[in-house]
Design a protein around this ligand. Structure first.
Ligand SMILES: *Cc1c(COP(=O)(O)O)cnc(C)c1O
Ligand code: SF4
Length: 350
């Protein structure tokens, strides 16, 4: 499937995408318009996984600009999960009592066409300057109720490994923190960056807070040889690995695809964590299944997969009220029955 050169750099313009054979020349004007509204980037690793001959290719669908992105529906909004109203200082989002998001930058290796922060990502000005980073760290240090810092963005593993190590060191010196959790797409999008220095920066120090990594993966084909090797380097270094998957129409909204993905994750020492219902980000209607469709998929997965391979299906409530599980309910209190994964009810008396 590697039909274009692997050595070239990240594809960013409509002309790059056409030259790489990923878009027909007739789509260049559309791609340019989309690119003016939302950041575009495709790494060589992901470009090589695409099959432009397949109109329904699940990798291409996630990253290639589409004219459908220019249509915004009334319920969509630029800040779908309400980051802004919960941001006490730049780069910090504090929604839950025990944990905060820290966003050192808003740059990603690849731009997902369904991104929940698509109105903000891709902006190099979103990188925290030294003073802003000090203010963010001071906020975490002052709020002694915090136990966990979730370093996200953008993609925090785009920072040079030395800066990541320095950030982990600063956070590790805050005595009330138990956990530092990174969220990243790098192991899939640009696995070559997961070298000794990056792995070293993520290794927990004995006695210090635990450093976890949640990897964003949506389709089993994203776990190619290079991505698997990157995950193995992280797991071998003792970095606990979680996954996040966005449930996406035309990408992974079939039970066979989700099953293969969750199996592949566990096979590569990644514990499936969340299956996200897509957020109401602008121009992403074409990616959103209904919640009822998502529940049917999750119910089917329950009948097919090991417990350690089951993600929690969650919705981030629009506006900033937080994430809640929206998976199927198996317990019917009125009838005192429990439904098994194959749909049969069983009585259960308490
Ligand atoms: C998603 C999110 C978290 C993390 O939530 P978990 O359920 O712990 O994964 C924390 N803070 C904010 C503001 C979030 O949006
Ligand atoms: S990696 Fe995450 S933050 Fe970056 S574009 Fe994709 S969904 Fe958005």
């Amino acid at each position: 499937m590697a039909i274009h050169p692997r050595k070239s750099g990240t594809l960013r313009s409509a002309a790059d995408l056409v030259a790489a054979g990923l878009l027909p020349p007739a789509a260049a004007a559309m791609a340019e318009r989309v690119g003016q509204a939302y950041a575009v980037a495709i790494t060589p690793t992901l470009a090589a996984l695409m099959d432009p001959a397949d109109a329904d290719d699940p990798i291409a669908r996630q990253f290639l600009p589409s004219g459908a992105e220019l249509e915004t529906t009334p319920e969509e909004r630029p800040d779908p999960i309400g980051d802004a109203p919960h941001s006490p200082v730049p780069g910090v989002v504090h929604r839950y009592p025990d944990r905060v998001l820290l966003t050192p930058l808003l740059v990603c290796p690849v731009y997902c066409r369904f991104c929940f922060r698509r109105a903000r990502v891709g902006d190099a000005d979103g990188t925290l300057g030294p003073d802003e980073m000090e203010a963010a760290l001071a906020y975490v240090a002052e709020h002694t109720e915090l136990r966990e810092v979730i370093v996200t963005g953008g993609d925090p593993l785009m920072l040079p490994p030395g800066r990541i190590a320095a950030l982990v060191g600063r956070l590790a010196a805050i005595p009330h923190l138990d956990t530092i959790r990174f969220h990243s797409r790098i192991p899939v999008a640009d696995p070559g960056r997961v070298g000794e220095s990056l792995v070293g920066a993520l290794r927990s120090v004995p006695g210090g807070p635990a450093v976890w990594l949640a990897v964003h993966v949506n389709h089993p084909r994203e776990l190619g040889d290079e991505a698997r090797a990157a995950l193995a380097r992280l797991a071998d270094a003792g970095v606990p690995l979680l996954s996040q998957t966005v449930l996406l129409k035309g990408v992974n909204d079939r039970v066979e695809v989700l099953e293969a993905l969750m199996r592949a994750l566990v096979r590569h020492r990644v514990r499936p964590y969340y299956l996200h219902h897509p957020d109401l980000a602008p121009g992403t209607r074409h990616f959103r299944p209904t919640i009822a469709e998502g529940q049917a998929l999750v119910r089917a997965l329950r009948g097919r997969l090991s417990g350690i391979a089951q993600p929690t299906y969650v919705l981030d409530i629009p506006g900033g009220a937080g994430k809640v599980p929206v998976g199927p309910v198996y317990w019917n209190g009125a009838e005192a029955t429990v439904v098994d994964p194959w749909g049969t009810g069983h009585s259960y008396s308490e």
